[in-house]
Design a protein around this ligand. Structure first.
Ligand code: CTP
Ligand code: MG
Length: 229
C-alpha cells in the first residue's frame, strides 16, 4: 500500500525551551527532523513527503534538505499558527492523482516510528479510511470534576500517537468541517471523530514518543543508540 506523508515541523517547540524550533535540535549530531524524515525516505511504501515548515525557517530547512540530497523527494509547504492549520496546509498541497493514495499525518517530533507499524497503519487506512497508531495506557487514569473522583476503565484507554492515516477526501472534509465549526483538535483523528466516523486503532510501540521537553532528549539519544546496534 503506497502512501504520502505530511510531516509537521512548523511549531515553535516552546516546551523544549531551547530558544529555537526543536526540529533543529541535534540528536547524535543530526537534527531531530532529519531522523524523522529518514524513516520515510527509507520506506519503499512512501511516495512523497510534504514537509510543513515555518516560512521564516525556509532557508535553513532547504539547506538541510540539500545537504542530505533529499530536496527532490521532499516538498516544502508553509504551515500555520496551530498544528491543525499546518496539517490543513499540507493537505492543500497534495494535488491530482496523489489524492488517491492513503495520506499519513505525522509529527516531525516523533523520530522513532518503525516501518512495520507504518505498513500496518497504511493497510488499515486503505481498508477503514481512518486509522492511528496508539498504545495501551499503562498508568491508572483518574478524572476529577469538583469533589468527584473516578477511575477510568484502563482496558478502554489508548494513548494516541502519530502517524494517523486517512482517505484523502475524508480527512480534508473533516478539516473543513472543523474550520467551519471553529473546532480545534489536538490531533487529526479527533476531527474525524467529530464526524462520527469509525477509526481503526493499530497498536504501535512505546518507543514512538514525541520529543517535547528537555528530559526527552537524553531518552531519545538512548533509543537512537539502541536502533544503531
Ligand atoms: N506543529 C506544526 N505547526 C504548528 C504547531 C506544531 O507543524 N503551528 C508541529 C510541530 O512542529 C511538531 C508537531 O506539530 O512536530 C507536534 O506539536 P508539538 O509537539 O506541540 O510541537 P511544538 O508546537 O513545536 O512544541 P510546543 O507546543 O512545546 O511549542
Ligand atoms: Mg505545540
Amino acid at each position: 500500500v503506497e502512501y504520502n506523508v505530511i510531516v509537521l515541523a512548523a511549531g515553535q517547540g516552546k516546551r523544549m525551551k531551547a530558544g529555537k524550533n526543536k526540529q533543529f535540535i541535534e540528536l547524535l549530531k543530526e537534527p531531530l527532523i532529519i531522523h524523522t524524515l529518514r524513516k520515510f525516505i527509507q520506506d519503499n511504501w512512501c511516495r512523497h513527503i510534504y514537509l510543513v515548515i515555518n516560512p521564516l525557517e525556509r532557508t535553513e530547512m532547504e539547506m538541510l534538505l540539500t545537504n542530505y540530497s533529499w530536496h527532490k523527494q521532499v516538498i516544502v509547504v508553509h504551515g500555520g499558527k496551530e498544528r491543525q492549520e499546518s496539517g490543513y496546509q499540507g493537505l492543500l498541497a497534495i494535488k491530482g492523482d496523489e489524492q488517491q493514495r492513503v495520506i499519513m499525518i505525522h509529527d516531525g517530533a516523533r523520530p522513532f516510528v518503525e516501518e512495520q507499524h507504518l505498513h500496518a497503519l497504511a493497510q488499515a487506512a486503505k481498508q477503514e479510511k481512518a486509522a492511528l497508531l496508539a498504545v495501551p495506557v499503562t498508568d491508572t487514569i483518574k478524572r476529577k470534576s469538583g469533589c468527584k473522583m473516578e477511575t477510568l476503565d484502563r482496558s478502554t484507554l489508548w494513548a494516541a500517537q502519530t502517524p494517523q492515516a486517512f482517505d484523502y477526501n475524508l480527512i480534508k472534509n473533516a478539516h473543513e468541517k472543523a474550520i467551519s465549526c471553529n473546532f480545534l483538535g489536538t490531533d487529526d483523528v479527533s476531527l474525524v471523530e467529530a464526524l462520527e466516523m469509525p477509526v481503526e486503532i493499530v497498536e504501535g510501540s512505546y518507543r514512538n514518543v514525541k520529543i517535547t521537553t528537555p528530559e526527552d532528549i537524553m531518552r531519545a539519544e538512548m533509543i537512537l543508540n539502541q536502533q544503531e546496534e
